[in-house]
Design a binder for this molecule. Structure first.
Ligand SMILES: Cc1cc2nc3c(=O)[nH]c(=O)nc-3n(C[C@H](O)[C@H](O)[C@H](O)COP(=O)(O)O)c2cc1C
Length: 361
């Protein structure tokens, strides 16, 4: 099942393994990708993953989440981004770009003032954010659309809208961070208005046939946040929003990246959310979160719950894991989910640092 083709909208994907968006931290100060990023994508494409989703790219400098994040906020970036897609296509791979605006979760190192749906600070944001004006909301919606247009111009095979992990779209959707009393806040219809408007603007920019999908945070976790039930109701509207697929995630920021997935029972930690979403939509569902062994992946696909399995940390450690699965050389990722892949210093990029294995396990 893992090595049968699948589709997200008009995009045909040769197998069911997807590289989940993973911030590479391989871009210069203006967001231009460094040669290391191109090399990483080449390695992933050679490793046989069906679809690569890039790390989140910022649609506007005001929503740059952290240093070394790749940008898609200006036409000047198109040639550099085209080089990335050309490299993946040369290797026979497919590549989607994840577009994002950090809102209140943009680092003080990258933006002077953080903007969010409502004025708030700790514990939701690291520093106080100012509530966006109507004009700023309209401007950012257009920034998402223009970024999607650039993605298409640069040869990406699809766009993934980042609607998870406590960034701007999640901030609007979640009652924890959206306390607006105008048409952008309040009931769930109003809280999802920003998401609907982003989806519509993106669709108008890229046209009907271009694949657009979303990574959606179906449940916040903390009390008073989006519940899985409410998340599933929002997913039920995605066909109307003209989306072509949903990757199901949850949690605010690092809660989405659970540590120490060592046993098969601990794998696929968002599968209960996928189960809740499945009856609500016919769209292809991508399951992410702690998949490590081929057996668990196959089971999620064969049960009809998920259409694709998305992997982040295992592909940092073993970019050729799909090929190893296909050849039968390996049945399980050796990733121990210790979350040491983040770079501690600038100019290093994501890297598996869980060596030697014996000391870590
Ligand atoms: C280093 C690192 C960077 C990440 N960057 C992103 C990102 O840019 N966008 C996103 O949606 N998720 C990001 N994630 C979350 C992953 O896509 C994925 O949802 C999560 O790690 C769970 O999958 P895994 O158990 O296969 O790692 C990142 C995870 C890691 C470890």
């Amino acid at each position: 099942m893992l090595f049968t083709p699948g589709r997200i909208g008009s995009l045909e994907i040769p197998n069911r393994l997807v590289r989940s968006a993973t911030a590479e931290k391989m871009a210069d100060e203006k967001g231009f990708p460094k040669p290391t990023q191109e090399a990483l994508y080449r390695e992933l494409a050679q490793g046989g993953v069906g679809l690569i989703i890039t790390g989140h790219m910022y649609v506007d400098p005001g929503g740059k989440c952290h240093p070394e994040m790749t940008g898609i906020y200006s036409d000047e970036l198109i040639p550099a981004l085209t080089q990335l897609t050309d490299t993946v296509h040369e290797e026979g791979g497919k590549i989607a770009v994840q577009i994002n605006h950090g809102g209140g979760n943009s680092s003080a190192k990258t933006v002077k003032e953080t903007l969010a749906p409502s004025a708030m600070g700790e514990p939701y944001y690291k520093r106080s954010a100012r509530a966006m004006t109507e004009e700023e909301i309209e401007y950012v919606i257009q920034a998402y659309a223009q970024a999607a247009g650039r993605a298409k111009a640069a040869g990406f095979d699809a766009v993934q809208i980042h609607g998870a992990h406590g960034y701007l779209i999640s901030q609007f959707t979640s009652p924890l961070t959206n306390q607006r009393v105008d048409e952008w806040g309040g009931n769930v219809w109003n809280r999802t208005r920003f998401l609907r408007r982003v989806c519509r603007a993106v669709r108008e920019e890229v046209g009907q046939d271009y694949p657009v999908f979303i990574k959606f945070g179906m449940a916040d976790g903390p009390e008073g946040g989006i519940s899985p039930k409410e998340g599933a109701q929002i997913i039920a509207q995605f066909i109307e929003m003209e989306l072509d697929g949903v990757e199901i995630s949850g949690g605010v920021r690092y809660q989405s990246i659970q540590k120490k997935i060592l046993k098969p029972e601990e794998e696929g930690y968002f599968l209960p959310l996928v189960q809740e979403a499945r009856p609500q939509t016919d769209l292809p569902l991508l399951a992410v979160g702690g998949f490590r062994s081929r057996k668990v992946m196959e089971r999620a696909l064969l049960s009809g719950l998920a259409d694709f399995i998305s992997l982040s940390r295992p592909l940092i450690r073993e970019p050729d894991l799909p090929k190893r699965f296909e050849s039968g050389e390996q049945e399980k990722s050796t990733c121990i989910s210790a979350n040491k892949c983040w770079p501690e210093e600038l100019n290093t990029g994501i890297k598996c640092k869980c060596f030697p294995e014996s000391e870590e396990a």
